[in-house]
Write a protein that binds this ligand. Structure first.
Ligand SMILES: C[S@@+](CC[C@H](N)C(=O)[O-])C[C@H]1O[C@@H](n2cnc3c(N)ncnc32)[C@H](O)[C@@H]1O
Length: 233
């Protein structure tokens, strides 16, 4: 099963009601390239309390961050985007079993989703943790962070909204620094220090599955927060 299912059926075999349904995310119109706004959806309606701040995690893996963050922050709506089917299904089932109503899961490319599906200024926080490093030069184009992605992140974030980045991969961090040099400038983002969530252990930065699995290897996580200007002081 996949896209094009009837009303209420879920995309890619998503269990329960956690996975975003085909009715909630119709196919992109053929002319979306000419009219980018024609593909946009009101993501807030995917949640029982649409007025809450919307946060998105791109590449949610096995979903531990989603569970811990949504439990600690019941006043937000949190959308986990994961393109690997196995991880997507695993996380959706974990959210369902935990009974979290403020978390939905989408199987998609997170960068494409920002570009084609989100309206301007609707997201409070984009979380991107331990993103795949794609170490070979010929694969750098597959990295989530690109100039285009940062342009779209700036567009979809509300004033004062944040893009939060953590990685322990030296080559990917170097890539981030190169991009941040272009994007953390007046009129674009303001760069701030990443603050670990309250619920993390003392030796954790953000407490994802990947971080918990690899911290014994002694790699040094690097982090940054990109803030869209214009938020309330
Ligand atoms: C190294 S894992 C880290 C997972 C999780 N953030 C953590 O720290 O445990 C990277 C994850 O991002 C997913 N991913 C990579 N690129 C993606 C994209 N463009 N859109 C959605 N998911 C993506 C991969 O399938 C994988 O599950």
């Amino acid at each position: 099963m996949s896209f094009g299912l009837g009303h209420g059926r879920t995309l890619d075999d998503a269990p329960g009601v956690v996975g975003v349904t085909a009715a909630e995310l119709p196919p992109l119109p053929d002319d979306v390239g000419l009219k980018p706004e024609s593909g946009r959806v009101d993501v807030t309606r995917w949640f029982p309390e649409p007025a809450r701040p919307l946060e998105i995690e791109i590449g949610s893996g096995k979903g531990s961050f989603l569970l811990d963050h949504a439990s600690a922050c019941p006043g937000i709506n949190l959308l986990g985007i994961e393109w690997a089917r196995e991880f997507y299904l695993y996380s959706a089932d974990r959210v369902r079993r935990r009974g979290l109503k403020n978390v939905r899961m989408l199987r998609a490319d997170g960068a494409d989703f920002l570009r084609w599906r989100l309206a301007d200024g609707v997201v409070s926080v984009v979380h991107l943790y331990y993103s795949d490093p794609w170490p070979k030069t010929k694969h750098h184009k597959n990295r989530v962070v690109q100039d285009r992605f940062l342009q779209e992140a700036l567009r979809v974030l509300r004033p004062g909204g944040e893009l939060r980045l953590v990685t322990d991969h030296p080559g990917l961090w170097e890539w981030y620094e190169e991009h941040l040099a272009r994007w953390c400038v007046p009129g674009r983002f303001e760069r701030r220090e990443f603050v670990p969530p309250d619920w993390t252990d003392d030796d954790e930065v953000v407490g994802t599955n990947y971080e918990r699995k690899t911290r014994a290897a002694g790699r040094e996580p690097r982090s940054a927060v990109l803030v869209k200007p214009g938020g309330a002081p």
